[in-house]
Design a binder for this molecule. Structure first.
Ligand code: MRU
Length: 347
């Protein structure tokens, strides 16, 4: 089995696996400047909430290392600008903001020790964020696997796998854990228009892992459920509000409505860093709008007429009432989420 790292730190350089080329080509982008990291996040070379958090942390460490300030105040101001540039790349996944805030906290705590020492602390923190995600994935897998019955056919949307994280993935981490537990599961993967994370990345991960996987286009999910072929749905998340509303890849909401209609459990797997307690409900989650060419073109070829208007939100919001349970790295939250998520966070 081929195991690819989503990103790796090699001799002072962040190497990011260019996921836009998968599954056809394996190529790493060498990032020596934080602006290269910003660009890689923006163009989805690295994508998935936990992965862009880790990439942004490394980006901040790279940017800070390159600064040659006259004093600590100038250094702080420079790093804060880098933090703003990194968080501006993609607005929906809160893990990005979370990782950058954590890095800034480390900087504030260590600035009195000198600039060079602070730069080292920042790099160490980026490594820690990456490592912790690995462990967090493993724990979600353990908690979530218990919810998966033997022989289950599982529908997933987008890619919440190893490629979206540092470890085995969130939704796909649970699927991997169930597979390893010998549960004889199988997977249905929505292709996930417009950028095909399901077709290109999820099926690729499952094929590598030898987990039985069937690809379908997004508009086939309802009929698949009506035919009784799905037992449960599991997806990842980009941001979860304090009340349990879930922002995830566009199309997730439709799948959740379909699951409700067919009486199927709809599970969300996400680390605690994806829960935004500052946001009371899904209506407050900023939704990224992306370039219209993602919709008007297919495989580099224009398929829609010139002049057509396009709506291209990258994410949607699934209301908490459609979510059966949220699998976190601290345990499984059940409705009412306002209380259960707060309890997991120790609030
Ligand atoms: O636009 P993307 O590919 O970054 O969107 C990714 C998703 O929506 C994932 O489901 C989510 O980030 C969870 S990844 C563990």
């Amino acid at each position: 089995m081929e195991t690819l790292e989503t990103m790796r730190w090699v001799d002072g350089c962040l190497e990011i696996l260019d996921q836009t080329l998968l599954p056809g080509k394996t190529q790493y982008i060498k990032c020596r400047q934080y602006t290269t990291v910003c660009e890689a996040i923006r163009r989805l070379s690295v994508r998935g909430a936990p992965a862009i958090g880790a990439a942004a942390a490394y980006g901040l460490a790279l940017g800070a290392a390159a600064l040659k300030p006259a004093g600590s105040e100038e250094f702080m101001a420079g790093v804060e600008q880098i933090a703003r540039d990194l968080t501006a790349t993609r607005p929906t996944a809160v893990n990005l903001q979370w990782a950058v805030d954590r890095m800034l906290g480390v900087l504030r705590d260590n600035i009195t020790g000198g600039i060079e020492a602070a730069k080292e602390k920042l790099l160490a923190e980026a490594h820690a964020i990456y490592r912790e995600d690995l462990e967090s994935n493993r724990r979600m897998g353990q908690f979530g696997e218990k919810l998966i019955p033997h022989g289950a056919a599982i529908l997933t949307h987008c890619n919440a796998g190893a490629l979206a994280t540092a470890g085995i993935g969130t939704a796909l981490g649970v699927i991997r854990a169930a597979h390893q537990a010998g549960k004889n599961i199988s997977v249905y993967a929505d292709e996930t228009r417009p950028l095909l994370q399901g077709a290109r990345l999820t099926t690729w991960e499952m094929v590598q892992e030898q987990i039985p996987v069937t690809l379908l286009t997004d508009n086939m999910a309802g009929f698949l459920m009506a035919r009784g072929k799905v037992d449960l749905v599991i997806v990842g998340a980009d941001r979860i509000a304090a009340n349990g509303d879930v922002a995830n890849k566009i199309g997730t909401y439709g799948v959740a409505v379909l699951a409700k209609e067919h009486g199927l459990p709809f599970y969300v797997a996400a680390p605690m860093s994806t829960i935004d307690f500052n946001i009371s409900g899904g209506h407050e989650i900023p939704i990224e709008n992306r370039d219209e060419q993602e919709v008007t073109c297919f495989a580099g070829r224009r398929v829609a007429p010139e002049g057509v208007q396009v709506w291209n939100p990258a994410f949607d919001v699934t209301p908490a009432r459609l979510v059966t349970a949220i699998i976190t790295d601290r345990g499984v939250a059940r409705p009412p989420y306002q209380e259960s998520l707060a309890a997991l966070a120790g609030k």
